[in-house]
Design a protein around this ligand. Sequence first.
Ligand code: AMP
Ligand code: ZN
Length: 185
Amino acid sequence: MTNSVGNEWAAALITEIKDPKNYIISSENAVVIYDKYPKARHHYLVLPKAVIPDVFHLNLGHLSLLEEMHFLAQNVIEVKSFQLDDFKIGFHAQPSMQRLHLHVISKDFVSDCLKKKRHWVNFNTEIFLQYQDACIKRFTKEKIEELTASTLQCNQCEFGAKKLPDLKRHLLEHWAQRQSDKFLF
Ligand code: AMP
Ligand code: ZN
């Protein structure tokens, strides 16, 4: 059961998209905003203008909207002059916030807002859904708990960590290495 504070918190994205000043870019049926608690160096959200609460309300009739949202996701990466390969684009199978939202997130995962194992698992296991699968793939609560309890596998090498702080230190090393590689070449 959710209380009124919980409801208000879950509705924050709906409030954000009421103000066009929050849009980075938009299209006929969707908008892109900044994620307020980015879980990586760059993190955006693509939301439909239509009232679609979450992935559980999607069906195959929404495929063209999902394609438009995916196009906007690629577009914002281009507008920001980043590389498509450096980003992940997808939905959480078990979202916490209302109004359907497609995550656009850089693969570094270097962020003070990445605080829970669940944050890592949401973006780096099979529960991060491709836009085409958002209408059809469903996971049980038990499956999500099992993935959250497993070893946290680095997304850039074979390293695995039991604890999030160990993974975060490791990710920071990857990121620092990439920065120095960029500087050298
Ligand atoms: P999910 O787990 O897919 O429901 O993710 C919800 C996302 O919304 C998270 O990445 C949050 O950091 C983000 N978020 C929460 N509140 C806001 C807000 N007011 N404006 C923008 N993004 C938000
Ligand atoms: Zn690694």
